[in-house]
Ligand binder design. Structure first.
Ligand SMILES: [Fe+2]
Length: 301
């Protein structure tokens, strides 16, 4: 296994010759985790393409893989594997997503049990590579903030929701909300709306990230709607800035593994006549409070 930083990119590394099946040994697993902590996005090339079962087993080496809960758009045998595609078969979509721009987000921020790592595997790509996947380093975004603002952000919580349109409402705001602490046993798939601290902390590295995103973060609870909107807009200036962003152009066989706590991702638009298909699994934190533990400690001191 050979790990090479991507030239000219502020984050990201290419990993050659990894074993991407469930047979990943502990030493290789530790090396991959070290590499993802250092580079945040790993692009695997020069490996044997894993079967669906192997991809799932590989993902499970990093944490629990929740079911997608989708009746269409997921692998028919393994519901944990999401199919991302604009391809139609007999007029019906085979996956989720389309050729349009997909705004910045991190997967499952709207659930109490958030994602730790994502794995995207190319299945079918047009010659152009189709839409690029963009990744912005939100640890570096945190590090670049003035100290006073950083301290303030540590005291704030934000509401995340899968659906839009509830930003300024009170009653409907909490519909479907499940929060850590509200229930003894939070299932991996629970919740389409929740509340998280604005600052997350990577339990392995101790690095803090700005954990808000334009797609699913609706409101900072401690601020009135106007002030919340203003601050969120300021924080959303980070995703896409060239000095914090890696733009991944897909090549056949690519498998991308990334840190979901410390990066946001987006997808650029592509020609809808092009066919694009990827497989995806998401590993969540086994311990749901892991990414928020430091915040709790700081908030009580
Ligand atoms: Fe995503």
């Amino acid at each position: 296994m050979e790990i090479t930083p991507i030239p000219g990119a502020p984050l990201g590394a290419v990993v050659h010759g990894a074993e991407l099946s469930g047979d990943l040994d502990d030493t290789s697993l530790a090396r991959i985790l070290d590499a993802v902590d250092q580079h945040l996005v790993l692009v695997f090339r020069g490996h044997r393409d894993p079967t669906d079962e192997q991809l799932l087993a590989f993902g499970r080496r990093f944490g629990h893989i929740p079911k997608t809960g989708l009746t269409t758009g997921a692998n028919p045998v393994h519901n944990e594997i999401l199919i991302i595609s604009n391809i139609l078969v007999d007029g019906k979509k085979i996956g989720i997503g389309d050729a349009a721009w997909m705004d910045w987000h991190t997967d499952y921020s709207f659930r109490p049990r958030v994602s730790q790592l994502g794995v995207l595997a190319a299945v079918e790509l047009p010659p152009s590579g189709g839409g690029q996947t963009l990744f912005t380093d939100m640890y570096a975004a945190y590090d670049s903030l003035p100290g006073e603002l950083r301290a303030r952000l540590h005291t704030y919580r934000a509401r995340h929701a899968l659906r839009s349109g509830y930003e300024d409402t009170i009653e409907e705001e909490y519909q479907g909300e499940v929060t850590i602490g509200a229930t003894a046993a939070i299932q991996p798939e629970d919740g389409t709306a929740t509340v998280h601290p604005v600052i997350a902390r990577n339990p392995r590295t101790g690095r803090h990230s700005v954990y808000v995103n334009p797609l699913n973060t609706k409101r900072i609870l401690e601020l009135d709607p106007a002030a919340s909107k203003e601050l969120l807009q300021r924080l959303w200036a980070f995703p896409g800035t060239p000095e914090l962003t890696y733009r991944h152009t897909w090549e056949p066989g690519d498998i991308v593994l990334w840190d979901q706590l410390g990066t946001l991702h987006a997808k650029t638009a592509f020609d809808p006549d092009e066919r694009r298909m990827l497989r995806k699994v998401v590993a969540i934190f086994d311990d749901p409070v892991e990414p928020w533990r430091a915040w709790q400690a700081e908030a009580t001191t």
